[in-house]
Ligand binder design. Structure first.
Ligand code: PSU
Ligand code: MN
Length: 303
């Protein structure tokens, strides 16, 4: 094991026994939702993973250590500290390790740590992507590069249309990252089941997805893949509601000159405020849905 990785006792045991494990990220806790819903959601995700036969490995950087599997107290700490914890992507890891500081891991950083621990499947809500004005700002999430180079399958509900979903799909295609729709041909757009864009391929069962992951490994390809799982019908939001909230949030970001890694958290918080919490409820439900599917895939990989 890499010298910077610390496994929790439960993860250590699950790895030894070859049990299914799924990774969970921590930026979604610190920057993706308000307290206390962030902490409650993170703890519920762990319970849902276990109910579906997989050990949850929530990942974060604590005092410079890459922690795989957190205690309830550590999750509470990240939830309470919220945006005051450093949002940590690939570029932040060396600095945080050297200075023994804390960081909440993005999809990219969580993939890196999961791969170091030998975890192949990871559940989250939404991934980063190509931002709408990327032609001018060059704002493209490091999550996409990570998907191209780190062997972890990420289960998400698509991406929020704070991003340019068409350009995000093009980027992933260029990088050779398979984007697989679970029981759908269409890329889901986080709060809605439809986006108007097609995924690269469709898979109808966890076994089907596990077979694709195995083939990617036996080919010796370095990267991961994106499994897009539409939000359950009963939790989906009306498109008009979400579109207008996103437009307003994008305008606010432009006016206030938000840039760099602050962009995504700013837009997420803006959308949440403008939909008076409706989007938070949907967000929580889609994460649960993704945890369940990720656990089924992790089990299928062991079968
Ligand atoms: N999109 C969401 N919810 C999130 C994030 C993105 O719908 O919580 C978080 C994830 O941790 C993701 C990160 O990896 O934001 C991407 O940030 P950036 O765009 O700065 O790469
Ligand atoms: Mn960015």
């Amino acid at each position: 094991m890499n010298q910077h990785v610390i496994l929790s006792p439960a993860i250590n045991l699950a790895l030894e026994e070859g049990k299914p494990i799924i990774a969970l990220e921590s930026t979604i806790i610190s920057h993706g939702m308000p307290y206390p819903q962030n902490m409650e959601t993170a703890l519920s995700c762990e319970r849902i993973a276990r109910e579906n036969g997989a050990e949850p490995a929530t990942i974060a950087i604590l005092e410079g250590r890459l922690c795989v599997g957190l205690t309830k107290k550590q999750i509470e700490y990240l939830g309470k500290k919220g945006q005051n914890v450093r949002k940590a992507s690939r570029r932040d890891l060396p600095v945080l390790i050297a200075r023994r500081e804390d960081g909440a891991t993005t999809v990219a950083a969580t993939m890196i740590v999961a791969a170091l621990a030998g975890i192949q499947v990871f559940a989250t809500g939404g991934v980063g992507g190509v931002h709408r004005d990327a032609g001018k700002t060059m704002d493209i999430s490091a999550d996409l590069e990570e998907l191209a180079q780190t062997p972890v399958a990420v289960v998400c509900a698509g991406a929020k249309s704070i991003l340019d979903l068409g350009l995000t799909m093009e980027y992933l295609e260029t990088k050779g990252v398979p984007v697989i729709g679970f029981q759908t041909d269409e890329l889901p757009a986080f709060y809605t089941r439809e986006s108007g864009y097609r995924v690269h391929d469709r898979a109808d069962s966890p076994d089907d997805i596990a077979a694709i992951i195995r083939a990617q490994r036996t080919l010796g390809f370095p990267g991961g893949m994106l499994i897009t799982n539409p939000i359950p019908r009963e939790n989906a939001l009306p498109r008009e509601l979400i579109d207008s909230a996103i437009c307003q949030a994008l305008e606010d970001a432009r006016e206030q000159g938000i840039s760099g890694k602050d962009v995504t958290p700013f837009l997420l918080a803006g959308v949440m405020k403008k939909t008076s919490g409706l989007s938070l409820k949907a967000n929580i439900q889609l994460v649960f849905n993704n945890v369940k599917l990720a656990a089924q895939i992790a089990r299928a990989l062991k079968g």
